[in-house]
Design a protein around this ligand. Structure first.
Ligand code: 5GP
Ligand code: MN
Length: 350
């Protein structure tokens, strides 16, 4: 039996073929991903970029803003254009490309300022993503909210194109990193047996999964590690009746620990380790806004909470949003919103 036979074809064949044709017809291809790119955004973009380069395409990857230091080891990450530092070059690439891939986000708004240029561009547009409610501007849409990561969708697409044998070590590393980070190291959203069939296929490409784990998760600076300790001991409030927790960090708190991009990534998950806590929120004061992150266990819909109160969205168990106003008002609105969900949150089976 071929190793690859255990993976089912989830992407409709006609879509896979259409995207393949669009690629064949294009020579300059642009890959874009969402604001504050995470492991899956970068993993899917870099893996797909490596694949397209291998096919002889002229490929660029643009991300709206910078990404955390613990993802900078990813092969190809040095060649990513960061739009906020290089807007002119970014706009010119968007205007002069034949095909644009939008990976790991559902609507143009999720790339911030770049959105308008992408919408205006004459290029063909393809969405490959796993968020709900895909946008309507695309020539082809591969949208699978039931799949844990966009990187997994990229793997499946390459497999459906018969590309597994030729898949490189770099492509496999990037795909693995995205699958790992969007499931918290395979601790949530990760009960689909095929995930492990795919991991086994990636290991056959000689990736070192233990090393990838360490590079992402065991790579704290001392300041970052102390910031985590400070947050959990000094900036956490528990709402026992509501099975909820809040952690927060003001600008001042962050500067005390020499905050740098990505330092608080993953913090929001920690309160879920507390017995009976099923909903966790992290409020972080940023430069021009207050950033909200939500995580839940079970059926509590973080994405609904984020979109109802904080202009956001995401997945049922992991979502985010924004608040425009003072940090104190963000905390106040959060508590009011939390109490408005009291009935649902009191119920232990949420
Ligand atoms: P994080 O808490 O790690 O920033 O975001 C978790 C997930 O929530 C992301 O993968 C993304 O799907 C979603 N998300 C985060 N921030 C926003 C936002 O401002 N708007 C929307 N629509 N989704 C967000
Ligand atoms: Mn993702």
């Amino acid at each position: 039996m071929k190793y690859t036979e255990s993976i089912s074809n989830v992407i409709e064949q006609d879509k896979a073929e259409k995207i393949s044709r669009l690629i064949d017809q294009s020579s300059r291809i642009l890959i874009t991903t969402h604001l504050s790119p995470d492991g899956d955004a970068l993993g899917s973009s870099l893996a797909f970029g490596h694949y397209l380069s291998r096919k002889g395409k002229n490929v660029r990857i643009i991300v709206p803003n910078s990404f955390p230091y613990f993802l900078k080891w990813m092969p190809g990450s040095d060649n990513i254009l960061i739009y906020e530092y290089n807007k002119g070059a970014g706009q010119s690439i968007i205007e002069n490309t034949d095909l644009i891939f939008s990976l790991d986000y559902n609507i143009p708004k999720r790339v911030g300022e770049m959105a308008g240029f992408i919408e205006k561009s004459q290029a063909k547009k393809v969405l490959i993503d796993h968020h709900l409610e895909p946008g309507k501007i695309y020539d082809a849409v591969v949208s699978h909210p039931e799949i844990a990561s966009t990187s997994e969708i990229i793997f499946r697409l390459l497999m459906q194109w018969g590309e597994y044998e030729k898949m490189t070590f770099e492509e496999a590393e990037c795909i693995y990193c995205g699958m790992m980070t969007d499931t918290g190291g395979f601790t949530y959203n990760s009960n689909d047996p095929e995930i492990y069939e795919i991991i086994s296929l990636l290991l056959r490409k000689k990736i070192d999964k233990d090393r990838i784990y360490s590079k992402v998760y065991n790579n704290y600076t001392e300041d970052r590690f102390r910031l985590l300790g400070f947050t959990l001991s000094q900036r956490m409030k528990i709402y026992p009746e509501l099975h909820s927790a809040l952690i927060w960090l003001s600008k001042e708190d962050q500067s005390q620990f020499k905050f740098s991009k990505g330092d608080t990534e993953g913090f929001v998950n920690y309160p879920l380790s507390i017995r009976n806590i099923l909903f966790s929120t992290f409020i972080r004061e940023d430069d021009a806004l207050v950033k909200m992150s939500f995580r839940s266990q079970g059926s509590f819909p973080c994405n609904q909470f984020a979109s109802e109160f904080f202009h956001g969205g995401g997945h049922r168990n992991a979502s985010g949003g924004e608040f425009y106003g003072s940090f104190e008002d963000a905390v106040k609105l959060f508590e009011e919103s939390l109490f408005s969900y009291a009935e649902q949150l009191k119920n232990r089976d949420i």
